[in-house]
Design a binder for this molecule. Structure first.
Ligand SMILES: Cc1cc2nc3c(=O)[nH]c(=O)nc-3n(C[C@H](O)[C@H](O)[C@H](O)COP(=O)(O)OP(=O)(O)OC[C@H]3O[C@@H](n4cnc5c(N)ncnc54)[C@H](O)[C@@H]3O)c2cc1C
Length: 605
């Protein structure tokens, strides 16, 4: 039967055969999650997502959210399925047990979430966003704050948000103007306006806990002077019951390009002079604490794009098998020849393989990162924790932006594959494309991720983290070089990694020279060639695993799958990677036109 949302065979391949997540399950802490139990959990997630969440995706898009006098109503049908998610504890599968979660390893949480997010991100996000808020409280809260909020958030009884953006403070969070004044009882009175707040108000939870960035009066300007406050929608009384309404209100919701079922709220704090917040952590530590949630959200955002791409690709490949149109190119002159499914046309095959190579590459990369993150937290030695943690941190902007941009491109190509039908609302591909666009905008735009990569991540620990990363690629190259069938592919990946290293060194130096602006004009292309090289690495790694399986005479049903891995790698390395090599040369050449052109030279005046 045609797969929906996620190609289960591919997911299993990545988890068990390529990235070897079973290694994580050997840890005592995950002993309940044997590979068999994990597979059953994924089966259940898939069934719930396809049966209950997916049918509401288009409905949520059409119905959207309704703003009514300070409240926001989500699509009516969301309520029942939201409860099902909570009843099954799907909202906290990989949240640690001490925080009220199920304690599954991160890769398993991701495997289940691939289905939920691809089926209905807005709905799943209402149920899970509180986990990020809870995590910050668990790390930095007082014992009372942990007791009051954490389990209510991870159980999705209460919702969570993140309030950073203001009309004059978007990418530049440090420019915010929301103020906080300390009260005699150590609480703070907040005043300001926040915009674009996901899930800022809705009717799925009885309370919402807002982590709000604000500046205590008199504190320095910029990010150094920012503190973080917990602002509950309803005050929580000593016995845990809900008390009066706090002075934080939703003043409207945005009309958007996509994710219509997700409430994007304008929030006013202190219109009556009585918005009370409670400091989380220490004063002026706000950005450091908030980055815990931001980094998690950046991973989730890349992941969100991956699920859209995966879902859109599966719709496209299934359509290509069914849609009959045109004669086979070999029968072009024969007007009596039968029409064929469009999957027979060379250009359609190219498009499908193009999509597949990115979907496969980003899935492998995401699970690789998930395992890195886990190892960064729980490896035995401090040295290993540091090594894995640093690599994870360095590659986070690639997950965030590369996956967002390529994921969106896959959705667009999926529309193309459907032809006219793709441009209508008859198929979900056009919704996936609209919904996906946000992923390169929120949680830091493409430009901000590129700035982070070139300005901070590339030079982490004098560039040693980047060198370690290249070393990881080399390990796969060395293995693949031993297999005759894919030796030539290994050569290509090695050449790309070497060239990437040279370009990185060159660009890194330029970023610290008088020509730094020229360097930063190339920062996003650099982030993307880094992503392209990672795709090549992941696909070579897949081809290596597949070639080993093929030489061990796999089951007949697996033959096409494994052979497909090798063809996918061949395709990517001989087309997309070749283009990426050209882009690397362009970055090294360092065209300065984007900096040299005058503002008026852009025209349009
Ligand atoms: C649907 C949606 C949901 C959102 N949810 C939340 C939320 O829950 N909480 C929250 O706090 N915010 C949220 N946001 C806000 C989002 O994070 C911001 O929109 C985003 O960070 C960009 O800020 P901005 O819109 O002000 O754009 P700007 O900062 O004005 O950027 C405009 C353009 O300039 C570029 N740019 C700006 N500065 C630089 C720079 N220094 N270097 C290079 N390029 C730069 C950007 O890349 C962008 O292309 C949401 C936004 C949307 C649309």
């Amino acid at each position: 039967m045609a797969q929906q949302l996620v190609d289960r065979r591919d997911q299993d391949f990545v988890i068990w055969e390529q990235i070897n997540c079973a290694e994580i399950l050997n840890l005592e802490k995950y002993k309940e999650f044997s590979p068999k139990a994990s597979s059953l959990i994924i089966n259940e997630a898939r069934a719930l997502a396809i049966k209950e969440l997916l049918p509401l995706m288009a409905e949520g898009d059409t119905e959207g959210v309704r703003y009514e006098n300070g409240t926001v109503k989500v699509p009516l049908s969301f309520h029942r399925v939201f409860d099902l998610i909570k009843e099954g504890d799907w909202n906290n599968l990989s949240v640690p047990t001490e925080m009220g979660g199920q304690g599954a390893p991160a890769f398993l949480g991701a495997a289940a979430a691939e289905y939920f997010v691809g089926a209905n991100w807005p709905l799943f996000c209402y149920a899970t966003m509180g986990n990020g808020t809870a995590n910050m409280i668990q790390l930095y809260g007082t014992p009372e704050q942990k007791e009051t909020y954490v389990k209510k958030l991870t159980s999705a009884e209460w919702g969570g948000t993140m309030l950073l953006t203001e009309p004059e403070a978007g990418s530049d969070v440090g420019a915010l103007s929301t103020t906080a004044i300390k009260n005699p009882d150590d609480s703070y009175t907040l005043n300001g306006n926040k915009i674009f707040i996901t899930n800022g108000e809705h009717d799925l939870a009885e309370n919402i806990i807002h982590p709000v960035l604000a500046r205590i009066e008199g504190d320095p300007s910029g990010t150094k002077g920012i503190s973080l406050f917990l602002v509950p929608k309803y005050f929580v009384q000593n016995d845990g019951s809900l008390g009066n309404r706090n002075d934080i209100v939703c003043t409207g919701v945005e009309e958007k390009h996509g994710i219509h079922a997700s409430a994007t709220c304008s929030m006013t704090l202190g219109s009556k002079g009585n918005c009370i917040g409670y400091l989380l952590g220490q004063e002026r530590e706000g950005m450091k604490i908030m980055f815990n949630m931001i980094n998690g959200a950046r991973m989730s955002t890349g992941f969100q794009a991956m699920t859209y791409a995966s879902s859109a690709y599966l719709l496209a490949v299934n359509y290509a098998r069914e849609r009959i149109q045109g004669r086979d190119l070999a029968d072009f002159a024969d007007h009596n020849a039968p029409s064929v499914p469009i999957i027979k046309h060379p250009d359609v095959r190219r498009n499908l393989l193009w999509m597949k190579s990115y979907v496969d590459g980003i899935r492998s990369f995401f699970y690789y990162m998930t395992v890195l993150g886990t190892k960064g937290n729980i490896s035995e030695t401090a040295e290993d924790r540091e090594r894995f943690g640093d690599l994870f941190s360095m590659l986070t902007p690639v997950v965030k932006d590369y996956m967002a941009v390529r994921g969106h491109e896959v959705c667009i190509q999926s529309i193309q594959l459907f032809g006219g039908a793709g441009y209508t609302k008859d198929y979900l591909v056009e919704q996936y494309a609209r919904d996906c666009k946000i992923t390169s905008i929120f949680e830091g735009t493409s430009g901000i991720q590129a700035l982070d990569m070139l300005g901070r991540k590339l030079g982490m620990k004098e560039g040693t983290v980047f060198m370690n990363f290249l070393g990881e690629i080399q390990k796969t190259v060395d293995q693949a070089s031993q297999v005759e069938q894919i030796q030539d592919l290994a050569v290509k990946v090695e050449a790309a990694a070497n060239r990437l290293g040279e370009v990185a060194l060159h660009l890194g130096k330029k970023a610290m020279s008088a020509e730094f602006k020229v360097a930063f004009a190339h920062s996003l292309p650099f982030l993307h060639i880094l992503g392209d090289t990672i795709m090549a690495w992941m696909l070579l790694w897949r081809a290596f695993v597949a070639s080993k399986k093929l030489s061990a005479q796999p089951k007949k049903k697996d033959l096409a799958f494994y052979e497909g891995q090798i063809k996918t790698a061949e395709f990517f390395l001989n087309t997309e990677l070749s283009a990426a090599m050209g882009k690397m040369n362009a970055i090294a050449d360092g065209c300065a036109a984007a900096i040299q052109i005058s503002d008026k030279g852009f025209g349009g005046l």
